[in-house]
Design a protein. Sequence first.
Length: 645
Amino acid sequence: MSKTSGLDDLPNDVREIIAGFPPDGQTKLLELYTKYHFDDAAVECFTINAGKLVTANLKEFQMFLENDAAETASKALKLTAPKRPRVSDPGRKRPLPPVVTPNKTLPPGVSAAFSGSKTLPPGVSAAFGGAGIQTAVPDPKRLRAENADVVGNAVNTTALGIGAAKTPEPVKVSLKSSLNDKLVVPPIGTQSNPVALELLGESSLWLDAKGGAYTWMDESIEDRAAAHDMRLASFEGPMLEVMHQIHADEDITVGTIGVPTQQEVMLCGRIACEGLEGKLNERSLLLEGTKASSNGARVQLNVAECPRIAAFPGQIVSVLGRSGSSGATFHAKEFLTGLPHTVRSTTGVLADLTSHQEAAPIHAVVAAGPFCTRDSLDYSPLEKLLEYAAQVRPQVLIIVGPFLAADNVKVASGDTTFPGEEAPCSFEDFYAELVLPTLRNGVEELKRQSPFTEVCILSSTEDVMCLHPFPQPPLDISLATSRGDPHLEHLRRLGVRFLPNPSHLLLAGLRVSICSADALKPIMSEIVLRPAEKGAKRLEEAYRLLLQQRTLFPVLPTDPAQVAETRAMALDFPDGALPDVCIFPSQLFGGASATFVDNSVFVNPGLLCRAAVDTFAELWITPPSKDAHDSPLRERTRVDIQKLG
């Protein structure tokens, strides 16, 4: 029988395994199959204990099959010793080492092969120096992931095989800074009730019609220009309405950009820079109109008479003034930087955008990747974060990628290796065999301690496995396009929510916007302020401009560049409503921080693992009292920036 015909006669799963080996390896595996009739389950069991099956460890695989056959034969002959009660310690993360009789130790391979048995078969026990050698298995058997039961927002830990809660060892965490530290933090466990969480926005912006990841890199210049014009047109009515209300007692009409007029008029347009490669300044401001109102015309904007200026490229503004005699220049005397917090961007109707839903107390932990240092692939910081979450038991845990950063030295050089191994592996294998299992183990422990904790995971444009620009599909969908993984299904059954990037949530009545990219840097690098501001004032003004533009990334030309501009509505605040909490990492002004701007709080958790301080954020938000329904958010919110030890 030839090798080819031999492979053809095998079951599909075994044939696929053997086909991946060189000819000599195929011959050896065919011999082993003829003798032991192994299947893919046996191969998977071997890889769990001894690593990936390759030609170099076929001898170890043969020993494994021999041991497995011996155990099977012993069970068939009913030679197993009487079973003893199972000893377990469900609070431990890892199994305790086998307990053996004095001076009687088992070889590692045999110990692993029989780690699930309470008593070894007598034949095997005698072969290794005496009967009655027993192993204590600390963890109770877990049901398969497909048998997990998720009820509401809580996970049925019994169905998942998760044991009773046990307090984990404390993780070393120190307080770096605190915003509103006078607000008393409630004791751990007192905020254990689940919180309502709803994803806002149209899923069609990050998914295709079948619920998978949308196709990209197919945007035409015309489509991108149309998307820019549509956004400007949606702002035009509300911006002019605000300017009209400011000057309600004056007879001021709406002008047309590029059309000269002798009377005072108000215009609405987008700020652009006169030089293609230059940096924006007061003398290089251009005002661009919509195609419908001005055929996309541009005029030079003279702001010398304006008492206050806050501008950046792409900003949508309204100005009041007069045009020059040729219409090529507009001399403004008032500069409206965006929509105030009481105006929706999609209509011209004034409205109070404060959420009126019933609020509830919130305790949240937020961390952003990368989760290993720049020159290593050690994920212990991620493990520590998950351990800390299990310790403090927040109602919400938000984890923002990247999980396998493209700028990691080992990733960029192609040297992605598992701990203790030398041969590099693919990014898919690294995710499947290290990243996702780390998340799974940590979330399982968290669910033991706090079954009602909502765990949210966002992808990142800096992750090598997430190729989509903004908006990014959820991580589980992005990974499914290249390789499915049982760990993803188990995480879903644990109740983990995989969110698009960016995400806009309704959390216990509060609007929360989250993004993996630095939304502050694009504005800070181009902003023009008069009077000039520095430090915290400049930072606060940049945050306020984000609110007034009703989006996370208003800069044009688009910064960051990774944006699918025909789907850029996913970056906008849903319904034009301002977020109560806005979360994104930034390395500006010392990294992690928290700031109140108007009645919103901006949280910068920093990066969990970098050469500088490793930080994450912890939030507590109390609901307004019954006697003070309108109490501002700044009086009810505390944000601690924690340093991971």
